[in-house]
Design a protein around this ligand. Structure first.
Ligand SMILES: [Zn+2]
Length: 323
């Protein structure tokens, strides 16, 4: 194999993740959220979840991006929505494009005709709460909720700077320079980019020798003192999206020493649009080193812990309603 072929194959996972708002937390992030939630389920919710997921197993023929070796039904469910993303055309459900610089207001303005993460969560909650709804639909609602509550706590799933949620922002990550997609250099699509690093690399590097089962324990312990306050605040999906948005302003964009200007709002079909957004951002030579990694890991940890606790709140609430 020549050099180009090797790179192209190696880049396939990145390419799959590099669609606008793609992926969200990588496998391990989503699995961690599911495991934190499990620690907070009421007995009724646990029973409801096990029953619905157990009675309606995931199609064994479905290609599972994160593997299917786990016996934990919630962990297995946590990554399913990404696996059916293309066949179900549910891409826009994974994020909400709130333009940078916006302040708290009604989110309906940013939720397009094809939907967004906050609306998807409300719709799937309603299905799960309806005990007369089809059992398969309710099982899928649980799978979507596990995934989307996680997704919305990835800060770049609640913001855009005319850069497709950071997908069009090439970054050097530690010692890895951003490279253009060799199959389609005209798309101005680079890897690593800001979105991809926040989905996966920051969390996975923070895990070091840990793994989702253990990392969930570690985060649960670390945020112990805050959990009661998160629970007391109740279920407010729109507030959670705004918190995530604000966290993206301060913890993602403003965490670089270089100022990244607020761009006029635009949705790009590719990073080559808007006068070569990808290339323009590449020329800023943004780099994530140890200092950014450390501050970003704290932000990501908080999001994962909150997502787990809040997911449990949603499932506990649904179990109450369906008894
Ligand atoms: Zn997702």
């Amino acid at each position: 194999m020549n050099h180009t072929t090797v790179w192209s194959l190696a880049a396939l996972p990145f390419l799959a993740m590099a669609a606008p708002g793609a992926g969200a937390w990588g496998c391990k992030g989503h699995q961690t959220v599911a495991l934190i939630a499990e620690k907070h389920l009421t007995p009724e919710a646990r029973q409801m979840v096990q029953q619905l997921l157990g009675d309606n197993p995931i199609d064994p023929k479905l290609k599972r991006w994160c593997g299917n070796a786990t016996t934990d039904l919630m962990v297995d469910a946590s990554t399913w929505p990404d696996d059916v993303r293309n066949e179900r055309k549910n891409g826009p459900w994974h994020y909400i494009d709130i333009p940078r610089g916006q302040h708290k207001s009604d989110l309906a303005a940013y939720c397009g005709a094809e939907g967004c993460v906050t609306r998807a969560i409300e719709e799937q909650r309603a299905i799960l709460k309806d005990k007369s709804a089809d059992s398969l639909k309710r099982a899928e609602a649980i799978r979507y909720l596990i995934h989307f509550v996680g997704d919305m706590h990835q800060p770049l799933h609640a913001i855009t700077n005319a850069d497709n949620g950071g997908n069009c922002v090439p970054v050097k990550y530690l010692h890895h320079e951003p490279l253009p997609n060799s199959l389609h250099p005209e798309r101005d699509d680079y890897s690593p980019n800001l979105h991809q690093v926040w989905d996966t690399e920051i969390v996975e590097r923070d895990m070091e020798v840990s793994y989702p089962f253990r990392y969930a324990d570690e985060l649960h312990e670390k945020f112990h003192a805050e959990i009661a306050a998160w629970e007391a605040a109740g279920i407010h999906v729109e507030n959670w999206a705004w918190e995530s948005h604000e966290r993206a302003e301060t913890g993602v964009y403003d965490a670089f020493p270089e100022k990244i200007a607020i761009e006029p709002d635009r949705k790009l079909k590719s990073c080559a649009e808007d006068n070569h957004m990808g290339k323009r951002m590449f020329e800023k030579h943004l780099a994530i080193g140890e200092a950014y990694q450390a501050s970003a890991a704290k932000v990501a940890q908080t999001g994962l812990a909150e997502a787990g606790v809040r997911l449990a709140m949603i499932l506990n609430d649904a179990a109450k309603a369906s008894n």
